[in-house]
Design a protein around this ligand. Structure first.
Ligand code: AMP
Length: 196
């Protein structure tokens, strides 16, 4: 099963993607997690990545497209995947669609997490206390939300229109278990999946 999660930072999509990937036995492909792992390498690239990520800006499309290509071609994805945090720009979206086309891959379902940005700010501040992520403070949140609105929101709208039959909007202000139940219900109802 091939799934994409869209949603602003702090919408809880990472938590949901992790739970759902476990439930469906597919790969949780979080580009944020992959990049955060790279920060430990201590090389020139990791220093550059740290600067970009801790300011709330987006890492270059070239780096992300390469990460995604490597992952999607790997054995880890043979059962399916949840893309969480990618595509985030029009260029990434074009890259992904042509990758799908040339590899004969079809999307099964898209989830679009919607949430009030004030709630996002509160959640991120709480998370920064628990996880000590360097990109989780109020100054940086504003940049991350701005980037989401400018770059990623248009991509999510484009996908929701292009794949309207398999796109579902999720009210991300609900409790974790309620959202998880909703996702599973949508998966069961999805026209594409019941065809398979
Ligand atoms: P996330 O955990 O998805 O919020 O990602 C954390 C940070 O990693 C983002 O603020 C970006 O700096 C970077 N990042 C993750 N995914 C992407 C992407 N698809 N394109 C560009 N930058 C990304």
């Amino acid at each position: 099963m091939k799934i994409i999660f869209f949603g602003p930072p702090g919408s809880g999509k990472g938590t949901q993607a992790k739970l759902l990937a476990k439930e469906l036995n597919i790969l949780h492909l979080s580009t944020g997690d992959i990049l955060r792992e790279k920060l430990n390498d201590g090389d020139t690239l990791s220093i550059k990545l740290k600067q970009i990520m801790s300011s709330g800006n987006l890492v270059s499309d070239e780096i992300l497209n390469q990460i995604i290509t490597d992952k999607l071609m790997s054995e880890e994805c043979s059962n399916g995947f949840i893309l969480d945090g990618y595509p985030r720009t029009i260029s990434q979206s074009n890259f992904l669609l042509s990758f799908f086309k040339s590899n004969n891959l079809n999307l099964d379902i898209i989830f679009n997490f919607k949430i009030d940005f004030k709630l996002v700010e509160e959640r991120i501040i709480n998370r920064s206390k628990q996880e000590q992520r360097s990109d989780d403070n109020l100054d940086v949140i504003k940049t991350r939300i701005e980037k989401y609105i400018e770059e990623t929101y248009p991509v999510s709208e484009f996908f929701s229109e292009k794949y309207s039959q398999i796109s579902f909007t999720i009210d991300a202000s609900q409790e974790v278990h309620k959202i998880q139940k909703e996702l599973m219900n949508f998966i069961k109802k999805s026209p594409k999946i019941s065809e398979n």
